[in-house]
Design a protein around this ligand. Structure first.
Ligand SMILES: NC(=O)c1ccc[n+]([C@@H]2O[C@H](COP(=O)([O-])OP(=O)(O)OC[C@H]3O[C@@H](n4cnc5c(N)ncnc54)[C@H](OP(=O)(O)O)[C@@H]3O)[C@@H](O)[C@H]2O)c1
Length: 258
């Protein structure tokens, strides 16, 4: 099997998806690969652009010297409130980039992806912040987690309610995660959209993935993994062989619970 990037779309730094690259972040790309044995031609898309949704006092955060395990578990959520803040505008920007932007690009590219001879691959780069168990509200967990009743309209409704609660400064009272709130909601919405899309296009492999805690601008270079290590999960999903899982969430290279 050989693999090549056939064309790029909003490709700033797209090459960083490939493990041989030494660049420092990941963006989005559309790619193709062929199986010489089967003569098939597979098209795929990786949605990678991301915004943190917060306004940060970087020096303040660094001075707190938070260990990676505490950061990842979210145990420090209360502790960092003074240095990691969000606004209505930063929340909107985050949701527009991480959720609506990804959705718009996917919708625009679907006609092209459908030309794939054996089912396209779509990879949505998500985050462990998306995991449903991290959302305190049972109602929201159920809304985003029940695949039988999940629709794009329902996801829009959750986002609308979130933005309303941002405006009212009532996130904690209404059961939203207070660890990177806009980012968490944007990625939980992206995962839900991944599942809706996978159900709609069963011949494709459409998955979402947490790349790991990677040293990039997004986390103010607190991440512990290299970009090459972080690219492993997305690249693996982009190159899945036929008959592979679809509508799943991966923690790096392993299937995990939404
Ligand atoms: N780093 C981690 O530990 C980690 C963990 C979990 C998930 N992720 C996810 O991994 C993906 C890649 O992030 P990264 O860590 O590589 O962060 P990064 O270095 O900050 O890269 C994010 C990229 O997204 C682009 N971007 C932001 N807003 C955009 C917009 N409106 N339109 C188009 N592009 C936009 C940025 O472009 P500019 O540079 O031009 O602004 C930047 O190249 C993101 O989806 C992120 O949520 C990262």
């Amino acid at each position: 099997m050989w693999c090549s990037i056939s064309s790029t779309c909003w490709t700033r730094k797209a090459s960083t998806l490939w493990p041989t690259s030494s660049a420092t972040n990941l963006d989005g790309l559309i790619f193709s690969f062929s199986s010489q044995n089967l003569g098939s031609y597979i098209l795929g898309q990786v949605n990678n652009a991301g915004a943190s949704g917060v306004i940060i006092d970087e020096d303040g955060l660094k001075a707190m010297n938070i260990d990676p395990a505490s950061w990842l578990s979210g145990k420090v959520a209360n502790l960092v409130q003074g240095v990691v803040k969000h606004s209505y505008e930063s929340s909107q920007l985050c949701l527009n980039t991480n959720y609506y932007g990804c959705k718009r690009v996917t919708e625009a590219l679907l006609p092209l992806l459908q030309l794939s001879t054996s089912g396209a691959r779509i990879v949505n780069v998500s985050s462990l912040r998306s995991e449903l168990r991290r959302i305190p509200s049972e109602k929201t967990r159920k809304e985003l987690g029940d695949l039988d009743t999940l629709t794009e309209e329902k996801i829009d409704g959750v986002i609308k309610r979130f933005l309303h609660d941002v405006k009212e400064d009532s996130l904690e009272a209404n059961g939203w995660s207070i660890m990177l709130p806009p980012y968490s909601v944007s990625k939980a919405s992206l995962n839900a959209y991944t599942r809706v899309l996978a159900k709609k296009y069963p011949n494709m492999c459409i998955n979402c993935v947490h790349p790991g805690y990677v040293n990039t601008d997004l986390n103010w270079h607190t991440g512990t993994m290299t970009t090459e290590e972080g690219a492993r999960g997305p690249v693996m999903l982009a190159l899945l062989p036929e008959g592979s899982p679809t509508g799943c969430y991966f923690d790096q290279t392993e299937i995990a619970e939404f």
